[in-house]
Design a protein around this ligand. Structure first.
Ligand code: TPP
Length: 255
């Protein structure tokens, strides 16, 4: 009979939870992308041996509670202001790995100015941008990233270009800025996508430690509760509707 002790032998261990992730129960809705990205960030920090040298900046939105789940140093920022706070922290402690973790309402709307200027200054930080196309925490209102035709709590007939303008591709804008080093768009809807997203986060974190400039990793994500879909339907909807407008892959890599 195989006992538990046999299974946990080092040679039989194929996977384990990152040590940095504590046992607090996550508040995220089932199917939400946030938890997967949290885990990738924890894994990368551990693999880089930066457990006690990392400072995360957590702003407003569902992302804010990341400090409850990852046992690193955290600083909370007002809505949209995380890149400005990250700039200050990185300049005070250049030897630290400094990253922000922001939603699209936070980064691409209320914090557009902070985001663009921090990236353009070439501050050696990484911005992780969770783009789920809506304001998730407050009940699924339209965000600047909401697709045309997409229904939200504040555009129940669908986003109309004449009323609301076009969705913004902030990642493409970031790639145009002199200060950015690595700009990429990833997702976490499949095992292959998760692996690629992890590689992208690793590269961005390494770049920010080697002084190559600022880095932006967008993760096109689902918000199945806000989109009012099952987790599986939300993934399918994202692949069919979000990926054509927000295509995945590296947009800029200065090397
Ligand atoms: C200055 C300020 N304005 C508005 C709010 C209300 N608010 C809290 S969360 C949120 C939406 C955040 O959405 P997003 O950044 O897309 O993240 P998500 O919740 O989708 O992960 C808003 C508008 C606030 N807390 N502070």
């Amino acid at each position: 009979m195989i006992t538990r002790e046999d299974i946990i032998k080092p040679e039989n261990l194929v996977y384990q939870k990152p040590v940095l992730m504590n046992d607090n129960a996550m508040h995220y809705c089932p199917g939400c992308s946030h938890g997967v990205v949290h885990k990738l960030i924890a894994e990368v920090i551990e693999e880089m041996g930066m457990e006690d040298k990392t400072i995360g900046i957590s702003p407003v939105g569902c992302a804010v509670f990341m400090y409850n789940y990852l046992d690193i140093d955290w600083q909370e920022a007002a809505h949209g202001r995380a890149p400005a706070v990250a700039t200050a922290i990185k300049r005070l402690w250049p030897s630290k790995l400094v990253f922000t973790y922001q939603g699209d309402g936070d980064l691409a709307c209320i914090g557009t100015a902070e985001t663009i200027h921090a990236l353009n200054r070439g501050d050696n930080i990484t911005i992780i941008f969770i783009n789920n196309g809506i304001y998730g925490m407050t009940g699924g209102q339209m965000a600047p990233t909401t697709l045309l035709g997409m229904k939200t709590a504040t555009c129940p007939e669908g986003r109309d270009v004449h009323l609301h303008g076009y969705p913004i591709k902030i990642t493409e804008i970031a790639a145009q800025l002199e200060g950015t080093s690595y700009v990429t768009r990833q997702s976490v809807q499949s095992v292959a996508a998760i692996r690629k997203a992890k590689k992208a986060i690793r590269k961005a974190f390494e770049n920010s430690m080697s002084g190559k400039g600022s880095n932006l990793v967008e993760i096109v994500s689902t918000c199945n509760a806000g989109w009012k879909m099952t987790p599986v339907d939300a993934n399918t909807w994202m692949e069919k509707n979000m990926f054509p407008f927000y295509p995945l892959g590296d947009i800029k890599d200065k090397e």
